[in-house]
Design a protein around this ligand. Structure first.
Ligand code: URA
Length: 189
């Protein structure tokens, strides 16, 4: 396991997959490094590629607003990372080989943070981290335990922008996440 400085250095110079050739910035992750709650998205979009920060576009604003409802913020008590650290062209889903090339960085981040709770943002992260046949429409908001970590998934912010009808379900999922934080976390609130 690498320490934060070395992990970030290697990640920023990474050429393990073809996404390296088209990226502007590596989007390593953001937030507090002693967080008990970690959020994991899919991969950078255009705004993230240009700024090097995860979730900074319209979806990012929605995500921050939703998190604020349950007193979570990347400035205060969570860490946000992505399955792949470089932008897939045209925002397509990251290929399996790209996810495989990149997942070591994420695993190292998880090992350093040692979160109590992981929230997958959308089906791509849930399928990789919870179960390959994860069905986001049916299983969002449910809990799965893996290696002592409580894992759940909510709809991706981009899906909530496309279909605002999904927002009430996500609101309920956030309440459930808040309940779980109160149950298992010691310094998030
Ligand atoms: N979508 C993601 O999954 N991650 C980001 O960082 C931005 C958009």
């Amino acid at each position: 396991m690498l320490d934060w400085d070395e992990l970030e250095r290697q990640c920023r110079h990474c050429e393990k997959c073809a996404l390296a050739a088209t990226r502007t910035n590596v989007v390593f992750g953001a937030g507090v490094r002693d967080a008990e709650v970690m959020l994991i998205g899919e991969g950078p979009g255009e705004n993230e590629d240009l700024t090097g920060e995860p979730f900074v576009g319209r979806g990012g604003k929605l995500l921050d607003d939703m998190l604020e409802i349950i007193d979570l913020s990347r400035k205060k008590n969570i860490y946000i990372a992505n399955m792949v650290k470089c932008r897939p062209p045209q925002n397509r889903d990251p290929l399996n080989e790209e996810q495989e090339a990149c997942i070591g960085y994420l695993r190292n981040q998880v090992a350093l943070i040692r979160p109590k709770i992981i929230v997958c943002l959308g089906r791509i992260a849930a399928m990789k981290l919870i179960r390959p046949d994860f069905k986001i429409t049916r299983e969002h908001g449910q809990w799965f335990e893996k290696a002592g970590i409580h894992m759940t998934a909510i709809y991706h912010p981009a899906a909530l922008l496309r279909d605002p009808g999904k927002r009430p379900e996500t609101f309920a999922d956030l309440q459930e996440i808040q309940r779980k934080i109160r149950e298992v976390c010691t310094h998030t609130y």
